[in-house]
Design a binder for this molecule. Structure first.
Ligand code: FES
Length: 109
């Protein structure tokens, strides 16, 4: 993977990403496990680790309101801002993703 500043290139374009049937692909960057999520509004990225109790969100799914649903206890987190929808204060780490002519980049911070 190419790296520039604090961005990592994850693919040349979206067709290079192998999504599972749930429209989620998992990649490893350094020690981080990150989900790439194909949504109706483009590609999003979040931590693969559920902030509730560490469930693997790559095994979850995206609901119609653009929440990623954890397969372990069913908590839902907005793929746009990371908030849990039942207001318990859990936040899922969301990564900024940029699609350019040079490729798809994730900002690590
Ligand atoms: S581990 Fe994800 S909802 Fe509990």
């Amino acid at each position: 993977m190419d790296q520039k500043e604090n961005q990592v290139k994850v693919a040349g374009n979206i067709n290079e990403i192998s999504f599972a049937e749930n429209n989620i692909a998992t990649i490893q960057i350094e020690a981080k496990s990150i989900c790439l999520v194909r949504t109706g509004k483009g590609l999003k990225a979040c931590s693969a680790k559920c902030p509730h109790a560490g469930g693997d969100l790559s095994e979850g799914f995206l609901d119609k309101k653009e929440n990623i649903v954890c397969p372990v206890h069913g908590y839902r987190f907005s793929i746009n801002n990371g908030r849990d929808t039942n207001g318990e204060g859990y936040f899922l780490k969301i990564y900024t993703i940029e699609e350019t002519e040079e490729g798809i980049f994730i900002k690590l911070e």
